[in-house]
Design a protein around this ligand. Structure first.
Ligand code: GYE
Length: 325
C-alpha cells in the first residue's frame, strides 16, 4: 500500500515527505501558459558591440510583448553570473535566459534553476554536455554553429591567402564554447592544407585590449607570421592596432581573418585592413521569446536551435554597413 502511494507521488512529481517538488528526478520544469511573463536575462558582460546588440534585441522583444525583463550584467565574471542566476531563482522569475560566459562554472546555476522548477534557455554560449544536457537539465541552446564559423573562415583563407601561410591564432575566452568550437573548426580545415602552419594560439578573452596585448606579444615572438585569425572582431581590431603600432601594414604585411561581423569590422574590410569576417548574429530577441512560447505550448524542442550567419568580405562589405551592428 505504502509503496504504491510513493510510486504514484513520484510519477506526479511530488515527494512523499511533504509534497516537495522532485524536479531533480523529473524531466524539465514546465512553463505555464500566461499572457505576460516575468523573465530573467543573465548577460555575461557589456564591453563590446556584440553584447550591446544582443541585450538591445532582448530588451526590444520583451518590451514589444509587454513582458517584464529582469536583467543582470555579470561584468565578465562567471562567479557573478552564477550569483545573478541564483538571485533570479530567489525572485521566482518564470524562465531564465542565460548566456553562460564559460562552459563549466555556470553548470551549478543551471542545476539550481532546474531544482527550483524554473526552466532555463541558454543563449549564444553552451555549457559542457558532459555535465548537463539540453532537453534534460535546460530547455535548449540557441546560437550559432561555431565549428562551422571557424571552418568558413579557414576555407576563405585557403582560397584567398596568396603566398601567406604562417598563422597566429587569437582565441576567445578560455573555457567558452565559441572559443573551443571556433578553434576546432578552423584548425580542422587548416590541417588539411600542409602549406599552412599555425605557429601560436593563445587567448585574447574576446576583448579588444587583450587582443591587442596578445597580438603584440605573439608578433614579437613570431615575426615571420603573415596571417592573424582571431575568434572575434574586437580582438582583431586590437590586433590590427598592435600591428600598426609596430609600423607594419594590416592587409599587406599581415592578412587578418575574423568572426562576428560587427560594424567596425565591416569598416576594416572596406579599408582593406581585414580580409573577411564570418558574421555571428547577435539578434536573439525574436527567436528567444518565440522559443519560450513554443516551450509553454508544450511542443518538443530540439536541443540546439541554430542561428544563421552571413559572411563578409570585399565583395559585400559595403551593403553590410546598412545592417551591421
Ligand atoms: O562572438 C563575441 C562575444 O558568445 C557568440 O561572445 C558569443 C561571442 C561573440 O563576446 O564577440
Amino acid at each position: 500500500m505504502e509503496l504504491t502511494r510513493r510510486k504514484l507521488l513520484v510519477v506526479a512529481g511530488l515527494s512523499a515527505a511533504g509534497w516537495l517538488p522532485l524536479h531533480a528526478l523529473a524531466a524539465l520544469p514546465a512553463l505555464a501558459k500566461k499572457d505576460k511573463y516575468r523573465v530573467g536575462f543573465a548577460q555575461s558582460e557589456s564591453n563590446n558591440p556584440w553584447r550591446i546588440a544582443q541585450t538591445r534585441s532582448m530588451r526590444d522583444e520583451a518590451a514589444r510583448l509587454g513582458y517584464q525583463l529582469v536583467y543582470t550584467d555579470a561584468a565578465s565574471s562567471a562567479a557573478k553570473q552564477a550569483a545573478d542566476v541564483n538571485s533570479m531563482i530567489a525572485q521566482r522569475v518564470d524562465l531564465i535566459f542565460l548566456t553562460p560566459r564559460e562552459d563549466k562554472p555556470l553548470v551549478p546555476a543551471v542545476m539550481n534553476a532546474k531544482k527550483a522548477g524554473i526552466p532555463v534557455i541558454l543563449l549564444d554560449r553552451d555549457v559542457d554536455h558532459a555535465m548537463v544536457k539540453p532537453g534534460e537539465d535546460y530547455v535548449t541552446f540557441i546560437g550559432s554553429d561555431f565549428v562551422e564559423e571557424g571552418r568558413r573562415v579557414a576555407q576563405w583563407l585557403v582560397a584567398n591567402a596568396g603566398d601567406k601561410s604562417t598563422i597566429i591564432e587569437i582565441e576567445g575566452t578560455v573555457g567558452s564554447s565559441p572559443a573551443n568550437h571556433r578553434k576546432k573548426g578552423f584548425d580542422e580545415v587548416i590541417k588539411q592544407h600542409p602549406k599552412f602552419k599555425i605557429v601560436a594560439s593563445q587567448s585574447g578573452d574576446f576583448s579588444r585590449d587583450k587582443g591587442r596585448q596578445t597580438a603584440q606579444t605573439l608578433l614579437q615572438a613570431h615575426p615571420e607570421a603573415d596571417v592573424i585569425y582571431t575568434h572575434a572582431d574586437e580582438m582583431t581590431l586590437g590586433a590590427i592596432a598592435a600591428l600598426e603600432a609596430a609600423g607594419r601594414k594590416p592587409g599587406k604585411d599581415v592578412l587578418f581573418v575574423s568572426i562576428d561581423g560587427e560594424k567596425e569590422g565591416v569598416k576594416a574590410i572596406l579599408e582593406g585592413k581585414l580580409g573577411c569576417s564570418c558574421e555571428c548574429n547577435p539578434m536573439f530577441g525574436p527567436k528567444a521569446f518565440a522559443t519560450l512560447a513554443a516551450y509553454a505550448a508544450g511542443g518538443s524542442l530540439p536541443g540546439f536551435i541554430k542561428n544563421d550567419d552571413r559572411f563578409y568580405d570585399q565583395s559585400n562589405a559595403k551593403e553590410a554597413l546598412a545592417w551591421a551592428y
